[in-house]
Ligand binder design. Structure first.
Ligand code: KIV
Length: 279
């Protein structure tokens, strides 16, 4: 039986309504990436609230140096595997580079992620330029996670992976975009690599939850890339990433324990600390 019907709140499926309630109640949201059914089952068992099939799969699974080469078929393939293992957790699929370049294309591709992949929400990168896309998806009943701050799909335009919103002008622009995303119907605003104070301001200004990655502990939730949590990232590890496997004590060293340690650290607001944040 679907966990939508469970009487036990801890087992009920995570919905957009539940995520808003978690924000209101001050209950932190734990989000993590996964790309296959086995890892997704471990995340589900560990109490991860949102499982993201991120286009980071281009790097950690496929070995590319950016997320740009990832295709719709790639994301659908991995979303299907993850969705089969998730009952309680909200399954969010990333819209890859150029898959949402106009509202009609975005609608077709978001529908594919939901119908063929089994996603319950889609995530897309971009600010003011994609507000009409977000509004159109929302109008058609598609939950959206809007990804602001550092947008890795624009890495070639940005000239590298850098903290965003450090000066007043860019900070104001990100705050403005976050409010516009909520007004357009976004259900989550994800903030990547922005200073703590800006993330706090945005979190306080919105009704929908914020999820941070390199955005400090005042966000309503946190997300990391699974392979960073397990200390098996290829190449450079970003400042915000933490290896939770390495932090386990002898006698309790397992992948499940590392994921549980991440969930506990998010829920108890021990992560991120200053070492994994930007000021
Ligand atoms: O693609 C991804 O995994 C992401 C996270 C880093 C937030 O966007």
């Amino acid at each position: 039986m679907s966990s939508y019907a469970s009487d036990n709140p801890a087992q009920q499926a995570i919905t957009v309504t539940r995520l808003r309630k978690m924000k209101q109640d001050g209950e932190k949201i734990a989000m993590l990436t996964a790309y296959d059914a086995s890892f997704a089952a471990v995340l589900e068992q560990a109490g991860v609230d949102i499982v993201l099939i991120g286009d980071t799969l281009g790097m950690v699974i496929q070995g590319h140096d950016t997320t740009v080469p990832v295709t719709m078929d790639d994301v659908i393939y991995h979303t299907r595997m993850v969705a089969r293992a998730c009952e309680r957790a909200m399954v969010v699929a990333d819209m890859p580079f150029m898959s949402f370049s106009d509202p009609a294309r975005a609608l077709d591709n978001a529908a594919r992620l939901m119908q063929e992949g089994g996603a319950r929400m889609v995530k897309l990168e971009g600010g003011g330029d994609v507000i009409n896309v977000v509004a159109n998806l929302s109008k058609h009943g598609i939950p959206v996670c809007a990804h602001l701050g550092l947008q890795p799909q624009a890495v070639h335009k940005l000239g590298g992976y850098r903290v965003q919103g450090r000066d007043q002008k860019t900070a104001d622009a990100i705050l403005h975009d976050a409010k516009a995303m909520e007004a357009a119907g976004a259900d989550i605003v994800l903030l990547e690599c922005v200073p703590n104070a800006l993330a706090k301001k945005i979190t306080e200004a919105l009704t929908v939850p914020t999820i941070g990655i390199g955005a400090g502990r005042d966000c309503d939730g946190q997300v990391l890339v699974l392979y960073d949590v397990l200390g098996i990232s290829l190449g450079h590890r970003p400042r915000f990433a933490k290896d939770f496997l390495a932090g386990l004590t002898a006698g309790d060293i397992s992948i499940s324990s590392a994921i549980r340690a991440y969930v506990d650290a998010v829920k108890q607001q021990h992560f991120p600390d200053d070492e994994h944040s930007f000021h």
